[in-house]
Write a protein that binds this ligand. Structure first.
Ligand SMILES: [Mn+2]
Length: 375
């Protein structure tokens, strides 16, 4: 494409954007020229070219990547003169309460009216670390009816088609990595400081399983190197995130591993199950079962691990795998879930814990050859 056409295209986009003020939905711009298809810096430059009312939303049960991406990005956007709010559907775990600005996050469960108000007033609504509106519960309804510009920054598979602009890649190990990349593309890296850098570091660290998962690329290490370069204290972040166990949690871990772990060597599968009663007896708090599934996966030779737990009147599932076996496909096909190749979730509101486990075990023969592939 010649530079003249590119210049004309930019002009066109600029006018399309200006005329519609905040709404530059794909439908108003020819398909090929939509912001979604641009997937590039230009759209973001245009978006941030004047001061905006921005709301960053994060998924239900926020993790370090979702919250870190939102807080890290918010700190920079604030420096650029934008008005920024963060809306979370529900509370986030205590071990993230060191992140700068966390006390300003609005929680929809607790303050629905305040959340609705900021969402109504938003010029731009970001989906951080999710790309399907069902991942934000009731917040999704507010986003769906809003006329604000919608932007997705995410690394989950199969994004829904509701965004006007995206920074999306399944190649990215973390949404925090994508935020870093975007800041770099916008020449905003000088605005990143120790506080915002530590938020991003936390997301990348946790989404790569402490830099151990296959998504820990050369690029991730380069990003981390730059974060360390601006003064981020990785050891401190690691300590704050990982070493915050309560005695109850350690005892729940002991009980789970000794009483609720089943290994099926014929399929290289191990799973953990916890009933509502188990959780109650051990005084389990939100987040206490986080990471349990990884113990099952850490057993030598295991290709797929699962955690089934009874919680909130449903059975929640976590699936993990190593190598080619896609738990994203497995969870999508069988348990109304999904996620990434090596980490996915699922849920059932209709089956009991026993029924879910039975279904899971009965499915294994179908996947036998895939589960027995050499790594
Ligand atoms: Mn993530």
């Amino acid at each position: 494409m010649s530079s003249i056409i590119i210049a004309a295209l930019h002009c066109f986009l600029f006018f399309a954007f200006s005329l519609n003020n905040v709404n530059f939905a794909g439908s108003q711009i020819e398909e090929d020229f939509s912001f979604q298809n641009m997937q590039n810096t230009k759209g973001f430059e245009l978006l941030f070219s004047d001061s905006k009312n921005i709301v960053l939303t994060i998924h239900l049960n926020p993790d370090a990547d979702a919250l870190g991406a939102a807080l890290g990005f918010a700190l920079v956007l604030h420096k650029k003169g934008h008005t920024v709010s963060i809306v979370s559907p529900n509370i986030f775990p205590d071990f993230l309460k060191w992140m700068k600005g966390h006390e300003q996050v609005l929680v929809f469960d607790k303050e629905p009216e305040a959340c609705k108000k900021v969402l109504e007033q938003a010029d731009v609504i970001f989906s951080m670390d999710y790309s399907a509106l069902k991942r934000v519960g009731a917040v999704g309804d507010e986003i769906a009816k809003s006329s604000a510009t919608k932007v997705i920054i995410d690394h989950h598979r199969e994004p829904e088609d509701y965004a006007d602009l995206m920074k999306w890649s399944t190649e990215a190990g973390a949404t925090c990595e994508l935020v870093f990349d975007l800041l770099k593309e916008l020449d905003w890296l000088p605005l990143l400081d120790k506080d915002s850098g530590e938020c991003l570091y936390a997301g990348i660290m946790t989404d790569t399983g402490g830099f151990r998962h296959p998504n820990t690329t050369q690029h991730i290490h380069e990003v981390i190197a730059q974060l360390l370069g601006i003064g981020v204290n990785g050891a401190k972040v690691s300590k704050l995130v990982y070493d915050t166990n309560t005695v109850d949690r350690i005892k729940l871990l002991g009980f789970t591993l000794s009483q609720r772990l089943k290994v099926i060597p014929a399929y290289n599968v191990a799973y953990i199950y916890l009933s509502a009663d188990d959780l109650k007896k051990h005084n389990a708090q939100k987040g206490d079962t986080e990471g349990l599934v990884n113990y099952a996966l850490s057993i030598k030779g295991i290709v797929m691990a699962a955690l089934f737990k009874e919680s909130d009147n449903m059975v929640k599932m976590s699936f993990r795998s190593v190598g080619q076996f896609s738990v994203n496909d497995f969870a999508r096909a069988n348990f109304e879930g999904g996620g990434h190749t090596n980490a996915a979730g699922g849920a059932s509101k209709t089956m009991s814990l026993e029924q879910v486990i039975k279904k899971f075990e009965n499915l294994l023969p179908t996947y036998k050859s895939e589960l027995n592939k050499k790594l």
